[in-house]
Design a protein around this ligand. Structure first.
Ligand code: DI6
Ligand code: FE
Length: 401
């Protein structure tokens, strides 16, 4: 039997309504990739006492981080656009001039499946090196049948060939491709929705996403994509209120979305709608930082309304070329005013919720043994440091790797 006992750990279980759910000198019993028991060392039941044990020497143990919002699979780079922005061009101006997302669409269409896979590997490796065991990956840089499916196949292959769980989101409604210029409705009907059906039939989609923005799609257009998602029995999530207030958050809440993401421009009533729908607000400080945004998400309104907040990298070549979940935690605190325990909740229990996963994100009996062991004394250290990785060990379903 694949059983082990980790003792003498400082456990941040996140298995409490707020705070870290700390157990100062704790033990976790792991059985066949699942957590069998967790509690203080001195309360260990007799039944586990003879299991092979490992003394952690007081190291910090958390649920393994989950990156619940990435665009990790893409072709090419956007370094030139970075230079343009440094010279004063805005993200929206570059997008309207045919750059931005569409330049990555051109590079992604030109890349083979093997090339996309090879380019994604180091990005995924960087996340894994920080203990990440679950990664969400979106399509949305293909915007045609073959390339959208190719991106999703690459995402699935990453999950097969690396010790990480991949959840895919179909993001066909990310931008209107050049061949449908000024005909976004035709794109949605002729390409986006049919490709969603095809991807679903191939088992490539776990959720459906969209970009609701002045430079992308309106709430009414996104609603049509969500209708197709509902018909296919797929949950939805949405890039909403990132650059302006368009009503995407309210729409997402109406569809019972898993999450509304970015949400810098969300209002108080949006917060209430998310709370009522049980949708998570996914905050993406890497994009806020990269685009030098000034509108911070309404964190105190989210708190007051009881909206669960997650944090993610938004790893993408344009607005967040970031592959550090620890940096996302630090930025969530420094830029958005989250507390370190909100930041840790944001990449564990709330990130799991944003993906509709109930079997990870906390240290609790019955859940997957996806754990991170850190050379850190207290959990706030994870959000405190910048550009430093204190990971000692990552357990993926109980296996150190
Ligand atoms: N919002 C974002 O921040 C990313 N996608 C989106 O809808 C950016 C994607 C890109 O610029 O390539
Ligand atoms: Fe995004």
């Amino acid at each position: 039997m694949d059983r082990q006992l980790l003792t003498n750990g400082r456990l941040a279980t996140l298995d409490a309504p707020e705070g870290f759910g700390l157990i100062e000198t704790g033990a976790v019993a792991l059985d066949s990739g699942r957590i069998a028991w967790v509690g203080p060392d001195d309360a260990l039941p007799q039944a586990f006492a003879a299991w092979p044990r490992r003394d952690l020497g007081g190291a910090l143990v958390t649920p393994a981080p989950i990156d619940c919002h990435t665009h990790l699979v893409f072709g090419g780079d956007r370094a030139r656009e970075f230079e343009m922005r440094l010279q004063g061009a805005s993200y929206a101006e570059i997008a309207r001039a045919g750059g931005g997302i569409l330049s990555t669409v051109a590079a992604t269409r030109a890349a083979s499946e093997d090339a996309l896979f090879a380019q994604a590997l180091p990005r995924l490796a960087a996340l894994i090196a920080e203990g990440v065991t679950t990664v969400e990956i979106k399509s949305g840089y293909g915007l045609d049948v073959e390339t959208e499916l190719r991106m999703l196949r690459v995402a699935r292959r990453l999950g097969r060939e690396r010790p990480v769980r991949v959840r895919t989101s179909f993001l066909g409604a990310h931008a209107c491709p050049p061949e449908y210029r000024a005909r976004p409705d035709a794109y949605l009907d002729e390409v986006c929705r049919p490709v969603l059906r095809a991807a679903r039939a191939e088992g490539l989609v776990d959720a459906v996403d969209g970009f609701c923005e002045g430079i992308a799609f309106s709430p009414a257009q996104i609603a049509r994509v969500f209708d197709t998602a509902q018909e296919l029995g797929l949950p939805v999530k949405l890039h909403a209120e990132q650059l302006s207030h368009q009503g995407g958050t309210a729409l997402a809440a109406r569809y019972g979305a898993l999450s509304a993401d970015h949400v810098e421009y969300a209002h108080e009533e949006d917060a209430r709608a998310l709370a009522a729908a049980g949708s998570v607000a996914v905050l993406l400080p890497g994009a806020f930082y990269t685009l030098r945004e000034t509108q911070v998400p309404p964190v105190s309104e989210f708190r007051d309304a009881g909206v669960a907040m997650a944090l993610a990298t938004d790893c993408n070549p344009g607005s967040s070329p970031m592959t550090s979940i620890l940096l996302a935690m630090n930025m969530g605190c420094t830029l958005f005013g989250l507390t370190p325990d909100e930041a840790l909740r944001g990449v564990t229990v709330n990130a799991a919720r944003a993906l509709g996963l109930e079997d990870c994100g906390r240290i609790a009996p019955g859940l997957r043994a996806d754990l991170a062991v850190w050379d850190a004394g207290q959990p706030a250290e994870l959000a405190w440091r910048i550009g430093f990785n204190p990971l000692r060990e990552r357990l993926f379903a109980g296996t150190p790797c």
